[in-house]
Design a binder for this molecule. Structure first.
Ligand code: F6P
Length: 362
């Protein structure tokens, strides 16, 4: 490690949680401490810079045993745009972003490690442009962050969803039913595709390929003719019918993004009518974000945390650590924010699944 002019850095987690967040925090604290830098844990994302009671020094002892824990010991918030927010504190009303800038100085911080998804990375980039030296660490189970091959949390979510599909197989076969499982992923089909293939699904519906349920029904009929008599459908929460729209639980409001949900129910109702077969559905929801991170996610999270501190030590600010196998590399945050990594239609797993006879409903 190069010798550093950094004495104290902050670390925060923002957006929805993902298995592996604690592994990143642990790696940041241990790596920084070993380089002679103290680490301030900021609670509930940037709120840790606003409210004095929401920060605490983290020593290696504080992060012992958290490698295998889901969630985040720092807490997190899925907030709207902090640059449009006013905050009321016991000592007055402030513009949120101005207060963050002021408190960063007052708390004696030299730099930040910001761990989060597209929203948190975009906010972090704005603070970087305003003058806070920082490095971003990409987090999401959705695997949709541009500029990195993978994010920690994705492998754990896929493993959980695959296990669920395995379990649904036996009951689907016993009852000769169609079983539909809805997985997360927002506007990207990575979880559905990977879990669908790993679980041997017969139909995989992803946002990148609008579906036609008549085609899905045809696939089910062909399977019945061949004697299978049951079918497993994996549908991404962001999938939509051709010419139709996504199923929503809640529309976007006040800077908050829309909440997706209901795709499996919609497909189940329509498919039962089209096929005449008993159809059931399961929504895996937040179970995909919980639990123990897989070995892959722990390793990736640890590499990200270590690399983030290395970049700070080298003065490489305004970057995001990214997985470019076999290396972890810095990518400018400016190239990442505002973009989404969707499943390419010619991705080899899509082509392989098609070659195996999996229907994408198109
Ligand atoms: O981005 C991660 C994710 O779990 C998405 O897959 C899902 O659409 C969303 O977050 C759910 O967000 P919330 O926890 O706010 O309901």
């Amino acid at each position: 490690m190069p010798t550093s002019s950094l004495a104290k850095i902050g670390v925060l987690t923002g957006g929805g949680d993902a298995p592996g967040l604690n592994a990143v925090i642990r790696a940041v604290v241990k790596t920084a401490t070993n380089a002679g830098i103290s680490v301030l844990g900021l609670e509930d994302s940037f709120d840790g810079l606003i409210y004095p009671e929401k920060s605490r020094l983290l020593t290696p002892r504080d992060v012992t045993g958290i490698l295998r824990l889901g969630g985040t010991i720092l807490g997190t918030v899925n907030r709207g745009d902090p640059f449009a927010e006013q905050i009321v504190t016991p000592i007055g009303t402030f513009d949120y972003a101005d207060r963050v800038m002021e408190m960063f100085q007052k708390m004696g911080l030299d730099a930040l490690v910001c761990i989060g998804g597209d929203g948190t990375l975009a906010i972090s980039y704005e603070f970087y442009k305003k003058g806070i030296p920082l490095v971003g660490v990409p987090k999401t189970i959705d695997n949709d962050i541009y500029g990195t091959t993978s994010c920690f949390g994705f492998d754990t979510a896929v493993s959980f969803a695959t296990d669920a599909i395995d379990r649904l197989h036996t009951t689907a076969e016993a009852h000769r039913r169609i079983m539909i499982v809805e997985v997360m992923g927002r506007n990207a089909g990575w979880i559905a595709l990977h879990a669908g293939v790993a679980g041997g699904a017969d139909v995989i519906l992803i946002p990148e390929i609008p579906y036609d349920l008549a085609k899905v029904s045809e696939c089910v009929r062909r399977r019945d003719e061949k004697g299978a008599r049951f079918s497993i459908v994996v549908v991404a929460e962001g999938a939509r019918p051709k010419g139709g729209s996504v199923s929503l639980i809640e529309a976007a409001h006040d800077g908050h993004v829309e909440r997706l949900g209901g795709a499996a129910m919609a497909c189940a109702t329509a498919l039962e009518k089209l096929t005449g077969k008993e159809t059931r559905y399961v929504v895996l929801g937040h179970l995909q974000r919980g639990g123990v991170p897989t070995a892959f996610d722990r390793t990736l999270a640890t590499r990200f945390g270590g690399k983030a501190v290395e970049l700070l030590l080298k003065g490489q600010f305004g970057k995001m650590v990214a997985n470019h196998p076999p290396d972890i590399v810095p990518v400018p945050l400016g190239e990442v924010v505002g973009r989404q990594k969707l499943v390419p239609l010619d991705y080899d797993l899509v082509l392989t699944a098609r070659a195996l006879g999996v229907s994408f409903g198109d």
